[in-house]
Design a protein around this ligand. Structure first.
Ligand SMILES: *[C@@H]1O[C@H](CO)[C@@H](O)[C@H](O)[C@H]1NC(C)=O
Ligand SMILES: *[C@@H]1O[C@H](CO)[C@@H](O)[C@H](O)[C@H]1NC(C)=O
Ligand SMILES: *[C@@H]1O[C@H](CO)[C@@H](O)[C@H](O)[C@H]1NC(C)=O
Ligand SMILES: *[C@@H]1O[C@H](CO)[C@@H](O)[C@H](O)[C@H]1NC(C)=O
Length: 462
């Protein structure tokens, strides 16, 4: 008995010395920052108490959410995430593929989304860049480039995801399918979400290591946030406030709130942003000049806003946030209504056959954002389709039957339909908008500071 324990004791001692020598040797060969990094990884309680696993939750209709909850290595050229040390992985071999975009059953979108692999396979790579903060990997492909989809499929899901997993800004965004314009256009939003440099995976050529990684974004539905599904409940209005902080910062916002020069308001007009679409893309207002004249006659200060890919979002934010009403025909540009202040007015002109998309994408979110939402459904006689089809043709009097519930049949209504507003009928709608916008203006502020915001976005005003 005694002999055995002596031998055991000796071998433990021997092993300890060997390990000590090994560590001293090993550590002497790496630099100081590397030791710090290794230490920080080692003391992460999650990494120690739970084995590293690769998981994918594919139960949602919109998205897959995959993750590696321990040290992992991103090899960008093969779009693969490996475990940093697969020799210490004890589970059955895993290799899963996923496309991190929130329209997983929409093949038209998903063909523009790169597939990533998460694997426990052996490899012989080292970490070229070692990060001490986790990563969120997602695609800016799919329908990105359409202003509605940029928010609906990308930025809002990103906001929900980081709020679900992180209580700070201490993580890296790793973006795939990322056009050069995207980080430029959304730079204020990106740097407000995460304080660490974004990694453009398509242009990266070195391996990056992270203590843990999430691949995919969480989406709750079209422009929807469901607080009940979140540990820390947030709503769509929190997303609106987040955008305000991103574009104005807190100081400027306070200054704006304090500016209530109520003595001016009697003489000052509420500001209406008239969102303009070009005829080439469809759903343009054909009598836009008349519409502007009517809005001015009713009492609005009208700004014609023609967003393009070159529009600075910071400028657009200032213009819209300082306004009291926005008016536009159903289309991606109405996504700018997320920049309006709660209490201001949104008028959506709804062309033939677009009732449900109008409600789902902008009407319902507008009410959630606390906007005064007014819908104007055009009559068949106000549609340019009335030039091609008779008023009692199925195309105009029963679009539901004409489209047979097939989205591809919507092309006629979405791409070729323009709107010629009946000024007599539309006047009532604009007057209602005016009363609400004027009340909102009087209750909130005078126009002096808002003028400052608008004039800082002067480039946009035609
Ligand atoms: C997978 O995600 C759904 C939400 O989409 C959630 O309800 C479910 O609990 C998740 N499953 C696991 C195993 O985490
Ligand atoms: C890797 O990327 C960096 C920066 O993007 C670039 O300077 C470098 O030339 C690239 N190296 C190779 C081998 O492509
Ligand atoms: C704004 O209005 C409130 C109450 O009406 C008043 O107490 C405050 O002094 C006003 N602020 C400015 C900057 O005029
Ligand atoms: C309309 O708004 C602009 C920008 O704030 C302002 O300079 C102009 O004086 C306003 N016009 C009227 C008629 O209120």
């Amino acid at each position: 008995m005694k002999k055995i324990s002596l031998t055991t004791g000796a071998s433990i001692l021997g092993l300890s010395i060997a390990l000590l020598i090994f560590y001293v040797y090993d550590l002497s060969s790496v630099n100081f920052t590397r030791i710090q990094v290794l230490k920080r990884w080692a003391i992460r309680p999650r990494a120690r108490s739970r084995p590293t696993v690769i998981t994918c939750n594919r139960s949602d209709l919109w998205y897959d959410l995959c993750s590696i909850n321990g040290p992992n290595l991103l090899e960008p050229t093969s779009s693969t995430l490996f475990l940093v040390d697969p020799t210490r992985y004890f589970g059955p071999p895993v290799s899963v593929r996923t496309r991190p975009y929130t329209r997983k059953s929409d093949l038209g979108a998903m063909k523009h989304v790169k597939e990533l692999t998460l694997t426990s396979a052996q490899h012989h790579m080292n970490c070229a860049v070692m990060h001490t903060s986790p990563a969120v990997v997602f695609s800016a492909g799919g329908y990105t480039g359409n202003f509605f989809h940029d928010f609906n499929d990308g930025l809002l899901p990103l906001f929900i995801t980081v709020n679900s997993f992180f209580g700070n800004h201490d993580f890296h965004l790793v973006v795939t399918d990322c056009s050069l314009w995207w980080p430029q256009k959304y730079k204020e939003v990106i740097s407000r979400i995460s304080s660490l440099p974004m990694i453009d995976m398509d242009r990266a050529n070195r391996t990056h290591c992270f203590p843990s990684t999430i691949v995919g974004l969480i989406k709750h539905g079209p422009m929807t946030v469901e607080p009940a599904r979140l540990a820390r409940p947030i709503t769509l209005r929190d997303f609106g406030s987040f955008l305000k902080d991103a574009y104005l910062g807190q100081g400027e916002d306070k200054a704006m709130q304090q500016s209530n020069h109520s003595q001016d308001t009697g003489s000052v007009r509420p500001r209406l942003v008239l969102l303009s679409r070009t005829r080439q893309v469809g759903r343009a207002v054909l009598n836009q000049k008349e519409l502007m004249a009517l809005a001015e006659q009713i009492g609005f200060n009208v700004t014609l806003f023609k967003p393009s890919h070159k529009t600075s979002l910071a400028d657009a934010f200032r213009l819209i946030h300082a306004s009291h009403a926005m008016l536009g025909v159903h289309g991606a540009g109405l996504m700018h209504s997320i920049f309006l202040r709660p209490g201001s007015v949104l008028v959506q002109v709804v062309p033939i056959a677009t009732e449900w998309v109008s409600e789902m994408f902008f009407g319902n979110p507008a009410r959630t954002l606390g906007l005064e939402y007014i819908e104007y459904r055009i009559q068949p006689s106000e549609s340019s389709l009335a030039d091609q089809f008779s008023i009692d043709d199925v195309v105009l009097n029963n679009p539901r039957a004409a489209t047979k519930g097939d989205w591809s049949n919507m092309k006629l209504y979405l791409k070729t339909q323009n709107v010629k507003l009946d000024m007599v009928r539309f006047r009532a709608c604009l007057e209602e908008a005016y009363v609400k916008a004027k009340r909102f203006m009087e209750e909130n502020e005078g126009n002096e500071n808002m003028d400052k915001l608008v004039s800082s976005s002067r480039k946009l005003i035609k």
